[in-house]
Ligand binder design. Structure first.
Ligand SMILES: Nc1nc2c(ncn2[C@@H]2O[C@H](COP(=O)(O)OP(=O)(O)OP(=O)(O)O)[C@@H](O)[C@H]2O)c(=O)[nH]1
Length: 317
């Protein structure tokens, strides 16, 4: 029975660590296999959905909640439907950047018992540049989440020197000795590395645990943003840097209205570049921060519209 069940790869990691980038890199190695990718964005708009490349993959968006709690049932139901009607070669689940990776374990165990799908490997992406920049308790959380995975991908190696990278890998080796480690830049990892056969260490089965700190975050989502001048975009970037942990979206500039630009902010690092994947969707932005750090009036004024939704994380464990 297990033979027919669909292998499932799950991807966790803090806001902006590089989960989507890694998944896209892995999808480019699909080699004829059909993947169904579940993308869970934190916020009412699923920006990642547009950023996942879909050469041979189906994308399913799970928005406005978190697979760690409120969306778990939606995810399981959708996986069951695929397994019964049109099973893919594999599932990939990108958890939102605020999810505890353990929260998927119970669902995957239930699907395995039903002979439908099973956890193939649990991948955790760590941002080498941001790691340690959060406060102590949050850094502990990341290490704890990493320890609950089979494989930790220490990403953004291009942004840190070798000494810093060695400190991070030494810390992980001490705190999470039973996970496999890979260092990457832009998620450039061979698919073979995430296969069980590619894992050198057999990790402990992580106990299911309901602790998530997701309610510590708030998010504001804006849809239908009018054309922005370059100056307005610069002011927006400055405001986001002071208030947010993470922002992402697609905007259009008055100076170049036919080009959609993707906006990516992780910590203080801002990246604005033309969107490679064509999108006819409206201009959108999601801003995520710690609770009570975002002033929505400032964003409303800069964007010229009200948020379509704002929420502290709606946490129902
Ligand atoms: N310099 C550098 N930037 C990277 C690397 N990997 C990803 N990025 C950039 O970091 C930003 C966030 O990457 P994503 O792949 O969207 O991160 P994510 O974990 O999916 O983000 P959330 O789902 O919002 O939590 C984007 O601007 C990426 O281009 C890397 O290795 N080096």
């Amino acid at each position: 029975m297990m033979d027919n069940s669909v292998p499932t790869y799950s991807f966790g990691g803090f806001l902006g660590a590089g989960k989507t980038t890694l998944i896209n890199h892995l999808l480019r190695q699909a080699d004829g296999r059909r993947f169904v990718v579940f993308v869970n964005d934190f916020g009412a708009l699923n920006i990642d959905y547009d950023l996942i490349e879909t050469v041979e993959a189906d994308r399913i968006a799970l928005s406005n909640g978190c697979v760690c709690c409120s969306l778990n049932d939606d995810l399981v139901q959708s996986m069951v439907e695929f397994c019964r009607s049109d099973p893919p070669d594999a599932f990939m689940i990108e958890a939102s950047g605020v999810a505890n990776p353990r929260a998927l374990d119970a669902s995957l165990q239930a699907l395995a018992q039903a002979g439908l799908a099973h956890a193939q490997s649990r991948v955790y992406v760590l941002d080498a540049d941001q790691f340690g920049g959060l406060d102590y308790a949050d850094t502990e959380d990341l290490v704890d989440h990493a320890a609950a995975s089979d494989l930790v991908v220490v990403n953004k190696s291009d942004l840190v020197d070798s000494e810093r990278m060695s400190e991070i890998t030494a810390l992980l080796a001490r705190s999470a000795p039973r996970v496999n480690l890979h260092k990457t830049s832009y998620g450039q990892l061979s698919f073979a590395c995430i296969e069980p056969a590619g894992l050198k260490v057999a990790s402990d089965a992580a106990p299911f645990c309901e602790t998530v700190n997701a309610e510590a975050f708030e998010t504001y989502s804006f849809d239908g943003i009018p054309l922005l001048s370059q100056t307005r975009l610069n002011d927006l970037a400055d405001a986001l840097k002071t208030m947010c942990l993470r922002a992402k979206g697609v905007v259009r500039l008055a100076e170049e209205p036919d080009t959609a630009f993707q906006v990516q902010l992780v910590g203080q690092r801002l990246d604005v570049r033309p969107l490679e994947i064509s999108s006819d969707r409206s201009s959108r932005l999601v801003a995520i921060g710690w609770l009570d750090t975002i002033d929505p009036n400032i964003l409303e004024n800069l964007l010229g519209i009200d948020p379509i939704s704002s929420s502290p994380h709606d946490h129902h464990a």
